[in-house]
Design a protein around this ligand. Sequence first.
Ligand SMILES: [Zn+2]
Length: 337
Amino acid sequence: MIKFHKLLLPLEKFHIPDFTRIPSNKADLVQKLNNEILSNKYRLLPTKCLCGGQDFDIIATVDKYSVLLPTVMCRTCGTIQTNPRFSELFYKELFQSDTLNKIYYLDEDLEHFVLQQFTINSGQHILKAVEKYKIINDSTKVAEIGSGAGWNLIPFINKGAQVLGFEHNKDMVQLAKKYNVPVVAGDENNLVGEYDVIILNYALERMYKPILSLLKIADHLKSNGIIYISASFNLYFNQNLFSLPQIFYFTPYSLKYFGSEANLIPVKIEFLNNYTFYGIFKKGFYHNQELLNQNLAFTKKRLKKYNLLETLRLSKKIKSLNNVPGKIFFNQTNEKF
Ligand SMILES: [Zn+2]
């Protein structure tokens, strides 16, 4: 049985919505979404961890933009995740919706944003990381899952590679078409044939069943192909960095472990900056149970460090969940928080 035990992060910024921190046009959308969540419009289900763990401690009940969101840590492997979880359909609709872009990404219109991404050449660092392991030329096939309008693929196109992006958001697909970048509607389920390189740029952490998705993706990887996975590193517990679109918060330890569950071997793991890391994986068998213990110890250590630092800064503590709106997520459990 899935259980939510104690409250690990009792600081107000993780539990009290604060609309003064966000622009009013976003605040209206957040309020609307929160009202829907409070009125039980969406069914949230307690879900087992990717490691099989069923025991969780509560970390947060709001995200960085004050959206009501239950975020917990698995007691077995330390993986932070949304739980109880919205349905797969909820996420599918969310990723197709305007609401998501307007709350989390855009301060201007979508086309302007896309053009900006084209200009800053955001795929250049992916190409650089990938080129250490793979020659990119006109015989290379590259796919990206969750590609947006395909901006990451442009440096690969410039090298002559055959590329294809897959994206849920229809407006993004339309914009890709307008600017001649090959992007189609869909995800890993729509992959056909085999690729030399498959890119998941902050996409794995948003997948509903990441190990299953990785297994599907690996099925479309050539025997000597590589997968590039970048992930957000958000384990700074003096600030609320949780966000609704992200379901899992990986670390280098957990990325390696869950990669191995999908028969992928890490070739390289590297931090790009304080908030981002990536891994290059190839097909193969590898197992190291110790990674889960390391992940748990690592996460706990960081929680303790930042929690103590915050307490010193006189942040207001939440004594129990009774007085916060996010209590609705844990109403059905018997334990008191
Ligand atoms: Zn776990």
